[in-house]
Design a protein. Structure first.
Length: 232
């Protein structure tokens, strides 16, 4: 089992790409009083396995992110791995994802597994490792969405936070989800977020989306279950 915990500490439209800066959108702290929650039964009560509002939340997130011509996501991530002796250890790293639609992206990953990243300019993509001085340049498709799919299908490379490019484009993503639940309203740092939980054939995941008209992802937890086994 591999546990990945992602804290999206900042998401907005501010980033530097090709020397240009856009105006930032900051997430301001909410008041201490909890706002009204989504109209839904608590997850502990009997509830449909695939709640429409939980599926709609992903579509709304995707639609909102796709409205942003430029955005940046900074994630603090820990990945749990199980050693041969059964002990679980964590690997820490940070991911800085800068996007300019439709065909610009830079990813920088720093942490315990050496600094590395990817640069895409609409014509080629470059994978680099600053610790070893390694880099590789390859031809690329003309859009970000096509690049993310090609990286996965041709090069077996999972782009960081890849789902941010998929949801809300008419692709039937929700057909792979076997369970979708609204858990409740919770605080993530100073922000009030709606908490959702999802299951697929070999993965379980949760996401906290900022409440209101800007459903930015504030936190995400992913648990891989090879073979469909329940996580321990």
């Amino acid at each position: 089992m591999r546990m990945v915990k992602v804290m999206l500490v900042r998401a907005g439209t501010a980033f530097a790409l090709c020397g240009l800066w856009a105006t930032s959108i900051e997430l301001h702290a909410q008041t201490a009083t909890a706002p009204s929650t989504e109209a839904s039964a608590p997850a502990s009560e009997a509830a449909p396995e695939r709640q429409p509002q939980a599926l709609d939340a992903l579509l709304k997130m995707g639609h909102f992110l796709r409205k942003l011509d430029r955005f940046e996501v900074r994630a603090q991530t820990s990945t749990d791995a199980i050693l041969d002796n059964g002990q679980t250890v964590s690997f820490l790293h940070e991911t800085d994802l800068k996007v300019q639609r439709p065909n610009r992206m830079r990813v920088d990953i720093t942490g315990s597994r050496k600094d590395k990243g990817l640069i895409y300019d609409g014509k080629t993509f470059v994978i680099f490792n600053t610790a070893t001085g390694f880099y590789s340049e390859s031809p690329a498709p003309g859009t970000l969405d096509a690049l993310v799919r090609e990286l996965a299908e041709v090069y077996n490379i999972e782009a960081p936070l890849a789902d941010l490019f998929y949801w809300g484009q008419g692709k039937p993503d929700d057909t792979v989800i076997t369970s979708a639940l609204f858990i409740g309203l919770e605080r993530v740092d100073s922000r009030w977020c709606n908490h959702y939980a999802y299951q697929q054939s070999d993965v379980s995941w949760e996401i906290w989306l900022l409440k209101g008209s800007h459903p930015l992802p504030c936190r995400m937890v992913i648990t891989d279950n090879p073979g469909g086994a329940s996580p321990s």
